[in-house]
Ligand binder design. Structure first.
Ligand code: HEM
Length: 494
């Protein structure tokens, strides 16, 4: 009886303390329109607004309509302020960037393989050191090497496997998600750390499956405290521990091998060469920082690119007119030649570029990102107190009917030929903007353009027999937003 009483008193004390902290937080942020919930799990059970976690920014659009372009959700003693206006987006990402860091949510999920920080989760001087070490790989000369050494050969492998499969048939069905998953993950294995896999093309590669497992582990670590994963010996915590251990050992093995052969153009070799040539000791990345960055590059570059390409192929199969226009551009530029140079890729394909931008506008993989206020800061005329998570709603802004028009839900690459870059800046920011914008944007674009050019040259992509071009694929929100199901299409020889 006394044990029960002690437990009841303990629960009551914990509840009262939570309530006190919740009330204090609500007082601090009550000038911002929005809603407050004392307890997240209870709220999740009884309501639906937090569906935004599963629906991407679409889930939050009704709240934008209700509260305006800056609103908050306070859960327990954490406040999330959402920003759905392009001028304010610019303030958060660019003009007032120095007032923010990535914050606990990002830090706990990103720094999982090492105690050392990396380019994604760090800020200030530490971040600058990481960015400087990685910049050479993402310069035009670094990317040109990656294009010639890895992107072209990996793309050839996929197309050769399709050639073998189709043989003398007119057309075949392809699981595009598996093809793209393997293409990007294997390319990344090689381009990031010089690791070459021997894969069967129609089975998911080790690298692809591993990245998926690591992503899941990272999501778990964003939600539950690290000590639970460390000390609880049952599922899902045991799985998370196993995945992280395996992933760390794999990255470690790649680094050990590379220490003695750094002459290549992969990102790891470039990082190691940068360290060797850096004189100032404080600017050098240590072994753990290199490992932590390698982990993050693999994770940041993999799913985002795969999912964008899945949506592109999904839309091309359903929009034959767009596809023919794209093919005409490819045929005109290539004019019967097999190879396209890195420079041509980036200068001569405006319509393919517009296709990529339109797919990203509609189905942005990173549809909202997180910033955490280091001090009180004003965004527009709203005071954001210290230690508040600010989330620019990229997905909402890039589909806003008021700006993009009534056809905002239609796949129309032409809109990007009609509007200049400066006109749409901060209204659609799939790679973010400002100093913390995606370092891999041009690499991702090179991969996507190469794959599109090579595919359109040889194959026509369409829906499978019995499917309609007006079928609609729902989205799935995990760490990034993807298609809810695998994309399966029919390919036929040109
Ligand atoms: C379609 C593909 C991609 C999309 C949509 C995308 C999107 C983004 C976004 C929105 C951010 C900002 C995140 C934040 O501020 O929290 C970001 C940052 C970053 N991305 Fe990408 N990304 C893509 C591909 C890649 C690739 C291929 C790589 C590299 C291998 C990469 C590496 C990074 C890194 C390292 C950062 C952090 C940059 C910094 O903080 O200095 N991404 N990306």
């Amino acid at each position: 009886m006394s044990v029960l009483l002690a437990v009841a008193v303990l629960f009551a004390l914990v509840f009262l303390e939570n309530y006190r902290r919740h009330r204090n937080e609500v007082k601090r942020v009550q000038h911002i329109p929005g809603v407050a919930y004392l307890n997240w799990p209870i709220y999740l059970l009884f309501s639906g607004d937090l569906n935004f976690l599963l629906k991407g920014s679409k889930g939050l659009s009704p709240l934008v309509n209700k509260y305006g372009p800056v609103f908050r959700i306070t859960i327990g003693w954490e406040t999330f302020v959402f920003v759905a206006d392009h001028q304010l987006n610019k303030e958060v990402l660019v003009t007032k960037d120095k007032h923010f860091r990535k914050g606990p949510l990002v830090e706990s999920s990103v720094n999982v393989v090492s105690d050392e920080n990396n380019i994604i989760a760090s800020h200030g001087e530490v971040w600058r050191k990481h960015r400087m070490a990685l910049n050479p790989s993402f310069s035009d000369s670094g990317l040109k090497d990656i294009y010639n050494s890895f992107i072209i050969p990996c793309c050839d492998t996929v197309l050769r496997s399709w050639d073998d499969k189709i043989g003398s048939q007119d057309k075949i069905n392809i699981n595009m998600s598996v093809a793209l998953g393997n293409f990007v993950s294997d390319l990344f294995g090689q381009a990031a750390m010089g690791y070459k896999f021997e894969n069967k093309q129609d089975e998911l590669s080790y690298m692809y499956k591993m990245c998926k497992r690591v992503n899941l582990a990272m999501i778990t670590l964003a939600i539950v405290p690290k000590y639970m994963v460390t000390y609880l010996p049952f599922y899902p915590f045991s799985d998370v521990k196993k995945t992280i251990k395996e992933w760390r050992a794999f990255l470690q093995e790649c680094i050990t091998k590379k220490i003695n052969e750094q002459e290549n153009s992969d990102l790891l070799s470039v990082m190691l060469r940068h360290r060797a040539s850096t004189v100032d000791e404080t600017e050098k990345l240590n072994d753990e920082e290199i490992l932590s960055n390698l982990h993050m590059l693999m994770i940041a570059g993999n799913d985002t690119t795969i999912h964008t390409m899945e949506w592109i192929m999904y839309y091309l199969a359903r929009n034959p007119t767009v596809q023919e226009k794209a093919r005409l551009e490819v045929e005109t530029v290539c004019d019967g030649t097999d190879t396209v140079t890195y420079e041509q890729i980036h200068e001569n394909f405006p319509y393919l570029n517009a296709i990529i931008k339109e797919a990203l506008r509609m189905k942005m993989p990173a549809s909202h990102i997180f910033r955490y206020s280091k001090n009180d800061v004003t965004i527009g005329d709203t005071l954001i107190p210290k230690n508040v998570t600010v989330v620019p709603l990229f997905g909402h802004m890039s589909r806003e009917e008021n700006y993009w028009g009534e056809d905002t839900s239609e796949f129309k690459p032409e809109r990007f030929l009609e509007k200049s870059d400066s006109e749409i800046r901060y209204r659609t920011t799939p790679f973010s903007a400002g100093p913390r914008a995606c370092i891999g944007k041009k690499l991702a674009n090179t991969e996507m353009l190469t794959f599109l050019i090579q595919t359109l040259k040889k194959y026509r992509v369409s829906v499978r027999d019995g499917e309609s071009t007006s079928d609609w694929m729902p989205e799935k929100m995990m760490a990034t937003m993807s298609t809810a199901e695998e994309v399966k299409v029919c390919i036929s020889k040109i």
